[in-house]
Ligand binder design. Structure first.
Ligand code: NAX
Length: 334
């Protein structure tokens, strides 16, 4: 059997982690023959809850788990890790401005960025989930200069899966018959779900989603807003934010980093925009279509971008630029 890898999950006493951990420990993410040392970080008041989570992991009696470490200390949590899944963050409370949320989270991701820089393996793969995910990811990148920027990504796979599912539902096909949708930009309501390059198998025949749906006004209207506002719709219905689907998306994202994407297929991921082929400003964590090979992503090139898409891609880049400016004010003043 392989040597164990050390996987950190922050916010480990929270609801996403509760859905995510079982998938990881049973081998669905890093492979059925990959032993794991699981490190669970949360804040001090959540340690009793974390204790219950550790008991449950133990009670699953799964063979891949070599050790579970639960802690409220970053120095312990980030030491020699191979993978960091940064879920823990400050939630938006009533009356809180977006700026306050950015500030609270800049603080968390600055501290965790430093911890990554100082303590993690230089090969560590970092996935940021906690919101505002793109800008939190950029903050962590800035604070961990000894780790390659390309090792960081943020989660937009939930939006990607939502887009795929909407198309599949509309056409009455299984969701895995829909491929190559794209989420551009921010994991927020300015994101741009784009199906201009997506394909679908209908009655055994592959065709473009545009030809299969044959309804541009839906694709440019309700489809986009449904995906953009899906998170809010789940909160309204459940009184809690997405957790099961978020955990599934995290697993999809990490499994693709670990094992690669199939030939000719891409997925959406927030990655550093430096040198991208779509005229998105450098130095943002922006969601692009990526292909992954040997644990390294590359942005899919040469996709034709029409005027409609171009506008939407710029609008979400503008929001990310503003978030970055606000976050960097906090970083330099803190
Ligand atoms: P919960 O509130 O259930 O759990 C968050 C956990 O993080 C809590 O246990 C809290 O104590 C812990 N925490 C807070 N500060 C911490 C710190 N400094 N270090 C370690 N742990 C800390 O939230 P949950 O529903 O699990 O969501 C977690 C985050 O994911 C939120 O920011 C949420 O907005 C974000 N999401 C991001 C998504 C994405 O696609 N990028 C989708 C799902 C989700 O909304």
């Amino acid at each position: 059997m392989a040597e164990p890898i050390k996987v950190l999950v922050t916010g480990a006493a929270g609801q996403i982690a509760y859905s995510l951990l079982y998938t990881i420990v049973k081998g669905d993410v890093f492979g059925k023959d990959q032993p794991l040392i699981l490190v669970l970080l949360d804040i001090t008041p959540m340690l009793p809850v974390l204790e219950g989570v550790v008991m449950e992991i133990c009670d699953c009696a799964l063979p891949l788990v070599r050790e579970v470490i639960s802690t409220d200390k970053e120095e312990e949590a980030f030491k020699d890790i191979d993978v960091a899944i940064l879920v823990g963050s400050m939630p938006r409370r009533e009356g809180m401005e977006r700026k306050d949320l950015l500030q609270a989270n800049s603080k968390i991701f600055k501290s965790q960025g430093y911890a990554l820089d100082k303590l993690a393996k230089k090969t560590v793969k970092v996935l940021v989930v906690g919101n505002p995910a793109n800008t939190n990811c950029l903050t962590a990148i800035k604070c961990a200069p000894s780790i390659p920027k390309e090792n960081f990504s943020c989660l937009t796979r939930l939006d990607h899966n939502r887009a795929k599912a909407q198309i599949a539902y509309r056409l009455g096909v299984p969701s895995n018959d829909v491929k190559n949708v794209i989420i551009w930009g921010n994991h927020s309501s300015t994101q741009y779900p784009d199906v201009s390059h997506a394909v679908v198998k209908v009655k055994g025949k592959q065709m473009s989603v545009l030809d299969a749906v044959k309804d541009d006004s839906w694709l440019r209207g309700d489809f986009i807003t449904t995906v953009q506002n899906r998170g809010a719709a789940v909160i309204k219905a459940r009184k809690l934010s997405s957790a099961m689907s978020a955990a599934k998306a995290i697993s999809d994202h990490l499994r693709d980093i670990w094992f690669g994407t199939p030939e000719g297929e891409w997925v959406s991921m927030g990655v550093i925009s430096d040198g991208n082929p779509y005229n998105i400003p450098n130095d943002l964590v922006y969601s692009f279509p990526v292909q992954i090979k040997n644990k390294a992503w590359s942005i899919v090139e040469c996709l034709k971008i029409n005027d409609f898409s171009c506008e939407k891609m710029k609008a979400t880049a503008k929001e990310l630029t503003e978030e970055k400016e606000t976050a960097s004010e906090f970083l330099s003043s803190a």
